[in-house]
Design a binder for this molecule. Structure first.
Ligand code: URA
Ligand code: SF4
Length: 200
């Protein structure tokens, strides 16, 4: 299995990528998910934000970060002075991974194999959008973009090289919602977003 690489279109513009990703079977996650949730935003955004994978709401609606984590993200962007039309938002993995618990679908962390399988879409998005700064939201996005050895807790808020661009890592907005001290976690998240805004 060559992952998503087998499904890449000939032309690598965002519209072609999105259409091709809708038919991706590069790993098993497409089987139990509703749809591919591809990245969204202006084609030449200054910022590219990379989350983990779509959640329950994103899977149903087909758009990234429209659920509870998205509301944390929207608030952070606004308070950091990052305009939504400067932001392309996507995920390291494009299908929702879940396990049933009663009637609910519980989010499951994507495996290293799924992250690798889906990386061609993320790389193609990076090449198409050419953002100045990539904001890496949490450990899964960090693993995909910065490698398994990168530690978000140690290097959050720092500008680190990512090919020809810069990346700034922070915690995932869902981690803000789960934190025992939510206000402190949000303050740290916001401070990292502000660091990313300054880098750009
Ligand atoms: N969490 C993510 O990582 N991405 C989304 O799109 C929504 C929630
Ligand atoms: Fe393809 Fe990524 Fe979906 Fe796996 S998660 S089927 S690689 S789009």
């Amino acid at each position: 299995n060559n992952g998503a690489g087998d499904f890449l279109p000939d032309r690598l513009d965002l519209a072609s990528l999105r259409a091709a990703a809708a038919r991706c079977e590069g790993c098993d996650l497409y089987r139990d998910a509703t749809q591919t949730v591809f990245g969204e935003g202006p084609g030449k955004a200054a910022f590219m934000l990379v989350g983990e994978q779509p959640g329950d709401q994103e899977d149903r609606q087909g758009h990234p970060f429209v659920g509870p984590a998205g509301r944390v993200l929207d608030r952070g962007l606004e308070e950091a002075g990052i305009a939504r039309d400067d932001v392309y938002v996507t995920n390291a993995v494009k299908h929702f991974s879940w396990v049933p618990r009663g009637k609910r679908r519980i989010h499951q962390k994507p495996t290293a194999g799924e992250i690798t399988a889906c990386r061609p879409w993320l790389e193609a998005e990076l090449a198409a959008v050419e953002p100045r700064v990539v904001v890496v939201l949490g450990a899964t996005a960090a693993r995909s973009l910065l490698g398994a050895a990168f530690r978000v807790t140690r290097h959050r808020g720092e500008a680190v090289p990512l090919g020809d661009r810069l990346a700034v890592a922070t915690i995932h907005p869902s981690a803000v919602l789960r934190a025992p001290d939510r206000e402190a976690a949000y303050a740290g998240f916001l401070s990292d977003l502000r660091a990313a805004a300054e880098v750009a």
